[in-house]
Design a protein around this ligand. Structure first.
Ligand code: COA
Length: 331
């Protein structure tokens, strides 16, 4: 069977570091509250109008170089984000324009924190059918310009950061290595547990001064409900991809979870009896970068020598929707 394989990774985060102490100056919060509840020490915020596609462009150049490809080799772009440069069109075509590769398809995916898992799964299907052969899968987010960074929005505002991660997906030359399976889920009954109501097509008119004043243009979250569901679904999704491939938890070299919260990562590690070095974490540096968090983490894990040929690697995510899913890779 034709499998797909990740042949290059890249990442980019803006230069501007925003520490918890910086946030203390904007809202009623403390460094210790943020560290203890979420494990975040600092995050990156854009300080120019670069756009989500602009962050992705920098990560894309690195991924292409690592895959030893030119932009003109790419035959499909899959772009996951909840924070596109414009509401219309999506950021996929904007990245395509920056890369100078008109004509190829560009698909936008909006599955929030699970966006990269959905995107990689889509790419995998197209590689397996033979329709495309060099796919760029992107997760990129700019949260900083869309958060309520006052005390009113502190429960959400302290958690998120900006960044981009990109992988290149190609057919594997070894049938035993590559994406072994992907597993996608959603449950819209929980859509309003983590959502941003406005502006949207539901309301007439879409955007009013009242919406700006009442804060409904910012994301809101039922933190405890999200936390509880995240731990359950992360564990289910890991078990699902291992069971599907007859791989035991002991055989897994590294789990790369969506970076939502260090306490969620710790709970998942505990459930599988993993020491923390087997569940990758970089949330202390970047906060939650939503669709970008897994490709950034994967790139850093590779650079740190934590992923080697033949290793079983689990990718797993949960987020707004609710959406969740997992992918088992054999590197
Ligand atoms: N700084 C200081 N205090 C804060 C705060 C902040 N940034 N945000 C909230 N608080 C306060 C609350 O107002 C509350 O005060 P009260 O007890 O006087 O009412 C108190 O801290 C506890 O709030 P609570 O929401 O119960 O805290 P928690 O232990 O549930 O932790 C989260 C909050 C958000 C860290 C936690 O629920 C969480 O991690 N949820 C999942 C988040 C997530 O992963 N989201 C993305 C999914 S992909």
């Amino acid at each position: 069977m034709l499998r797909s394989r990740i042949t290059g990774t890249g990442m980019y985060v803006p230069d501007k570091v925003v520490t918890n102490f910086d946030l203390e100056k904007l809202m009623d919060t403390t460094d210790s509250w943020i560290r203890e509840r979420a494990g975040i020490v600092e995050r990156r915020f854009v300080d120019s109008e670069v756009g989500t596609s602009g962050l992705a462009y920098e990560a894309a150049k690195m991924a292409l170089s690592n895959a030893k490809l030119q932009a003109s080799d790419i035959d499909f772009i899959v772009f996951a984000t909840l924070s596109s440069d414009y509401l219309v069109p999506g950021s996929g075509v904007l990245l395509q324009e920056k890369l100078g590769i008109p004509g190829i398809p560009a698909l936008d995916i909006r599955n929030q924190c699970t966006g990269f898992i959905y995107g990689l799964s889509v790419a995998d299907q197209f590689i397996k059918t033979g329709m495309y052969k060099k796919i760029m899968v992107v997760g990129s987010e700019i949260h900083s310009t869309g958060l309520d960074l006052s005390t009113r929005g502190r429960d959400v505002g302290v958690l998120f950061g900006d960044g981009a991660g990109v992988v290149i997906v190609e057919p594997s030359d070894d049938p035993d290595r590559g994406v072994l399976s992907s597993h996608l889920h959603a449950d819209g009954r929980f859509a309003k547990e983590l959502f941003m109501e406005n502006p949207g097509s539901l309301h007439i008119p879409r955007l009013t001064k009242e919406m700006l004043d009442d804060g409904s243009v910012y994301p809101i979250m039922n933190g405890r409900q999200v936390f509880k569901n995240a731990v359950i679904r992360f564990c289910e999704a890991i078990t699902e991809c291992l069971t599907a491939n007859n791989v035991s938890p002991d055989q897994v070299k590294l789990v790369i979870p969506h970076q939502a919260n260090l306490r969620i990562t710790e709970a998942v590690a505990q459930r599988f009896n993993y020491t923390l070095d087997r569940v990758f974490s970089n949330i202390h540096k970047y906060g939650n970068t939503t669709a970008a968090s897994i490709p950034i983490a994967m790139h850093e894990a590779l650079m740190q020598g934590k992923i080697n040929k033949g290793d079983y690697i689990v990718l797993v995510a949960f987020g707004s929707g609710f959406t969740w899913g997992s992918i088992l890779l054999r590197w």
